[in-house]
Design a protein around this ligand. Sequence first.
Ligand code: 4AD
Ligand code: MG
Length: 455
Amino acid sequence: MKHTDIKELFANSQQYKEKIVTVCGWVRTARDSKSISFVELNDGTCLRNLQLIVDKENAKDMPAVSVGTALNVTGNFVPSERNGFEVIVTAMEVLGECPADYPLQKKFHTLEYLRTIPHLRPRTRFFEAVFAVRNELSFAIHKYFHSHGYKYMHTPIITGSDCEGAGEMFRVTTQPWKTDCKTEQEYFAGDFFGTKAGLTVSGQLEGEIAAMGLGKIYTFGPTFRAEHSNTTRHAAEFWQIEPEVCFADLHDIIEIAEDFIKFIIKEVIDNCPEELEFFNERSEKGLLDKLHGVINSEFVKLKYTDAVEILKKSGKEFKYPVDWGCDLQTEHERYLTEEYYKKPVFVTDYPADIKAFYMKQNSDGKTVAATDLLVPGIGEIIGCSEREADLKMLESAMLKRNMPLDAYREYLDTRKFGSVPHSGFGLGFERILMYITGVQNIRDTLLYPRTVGSL
Ligand code: 4AD
Ligand code: MG
């Protein structure tokens, strides 16, 4: 269907000025005066609507349009005082009618309401902006790694190993719900893969395998967690970016993570100015100042032990009391990053007992070379560590956690044959998207959010 994108018309308006153009889109608003109809058309290519002017005198055989109607319109693209440019319509074809029970009649709908109609959300300004930033952010991520010589790896989605060891894997099975199996072993032996399988909680272990030959790699793919955390920051299906870098220690990977975060935020600032203006108004006042502040300042680096001291001295009544060895809860993370430092904070060197098996053990025998990046408003957006590169140390950490070494033989081989210091991190894609847009609920960053109790 020959037509011009609305984005293209606005971007090169001088070139189209006083020319006949054809556009397609959906009616966002329609209002009538005595002799003229004003229609705002949106085609999804940019946030801005194109105003159509329909002179009723010349439009006797043109159909009346209602909100949501899909149109193909031809007319003169002319300067206008109010809108910059508008189209004086000469011909109009209805591509798809939209009856009066279309749920998006109002100009403004709450996000809670829109969650009940996910199939129509992309037709709203809010979600058009969310998905535009989501798109730009994805591209920026690839751009960063590609220009720094990383290889993009596609790690398996179906896997047998629980990388994070938290037992939050969704099971993948083709077994009928009733079998004659007497044992779990027998049940899984008869299953599709002949063994227990699940959806990946992280591409890291396979990412490490790839990095141990390719030097530096990244993954960017879906991740699944059967966590029963019904919060505004947890989804059962989310996307994760996981670089894995050989010949890099914790200090090096922190530097990479900070540089990377600043780069992708800058790309969105540069390429989505209208969307960020919109979010600055609609979801977080001061959003733009916050983002500029982040790219122009150094992130805090704080040892876990010092974080515990700060929290203890804060005089705050936390729901979960703080003591050395405890996992930091959201309330603690938010205090550090929102009240105490008011900027992103890398908390480093956590107690080994609260972290995953693969992290490098520090010489104090108590902590690991790991860091979480915490940001105001959200808490953790990155989980990061130097990996344990010593075979014996790694095996002992696994045995301590009752992990079956045999199931991880190939992973352990990377430490047996030419082991090198290496590090990596996992960035939650929807979490950084929330941070950049000020969107408060992870359900409003995904086309179809999957959360506990809701598919
Ligand atoms: O801290 P996590 O569990 O780290 C890992 O998976 C490591 N294997 C990463 C690595 O070193 N390669 O998860 C990483 C990030 C978190 O910081 C958070 O941003 C996000 O993934 N995340 C979630 N995002 C949305 N919903 C959930 N349920 C999430 N769980 C983790
Ligand atoms: Mg984590």
